[in-house]
Design a protein around this ligand. Structure first.
Ligand code: ZN
Length: 107
């Protein structure tokens, strides 16, 4: 059961971060690398299980935010990784709250 819903999702290519404005008024964001390293697809979970650290490439870019029903989004990165599904509640935990009105710099 999803408890959090986004109103607006913004890809900030300049600062390299993804920002979400939530239905309850909270705004939060995270850098592309942090999102990539938090991927929970089968491949990444396998790496973690083997004790391998997930390391995002330097200058990694987010190329596409693909909706996955009402459930969340699939994030496509320019390192070819496009299998990671990020449910809303997971993004809500992952992203760092920022004051509404401030934009730009990644947290
Ligand atoms: Zn992954």
């Amino acid at each position: 059961m999803q408890t959090h819903r986004p109103l607006r999702i913004t890809v900030e290519s300049g600062s390299g971060s993804l920002r979400i404005d939530w239905a309850d008024g909270l705004r939060s964001q995270a850098g592309f690398a942090a999102l990539r390293e938090a991927c929970r697809c089968g491949r990444c979970r396998g790496s973690i299980a083997r004790g391998e650290a997930l390391r995002a490439a330097e200058g990694l870019a987010l190329t596409r935010v693909e909706p996955v029903g009402d459930y969340g989004v699939c994030l496509h990165f320019d390192d070819g990784h496009d299998k990671g599904i990020y449910p809303w509640d997971y993004l809500r935990e992952l992203l760092i709250p920022v004051p509404v009105g401030e934009t730009g710099a990644a947290a």
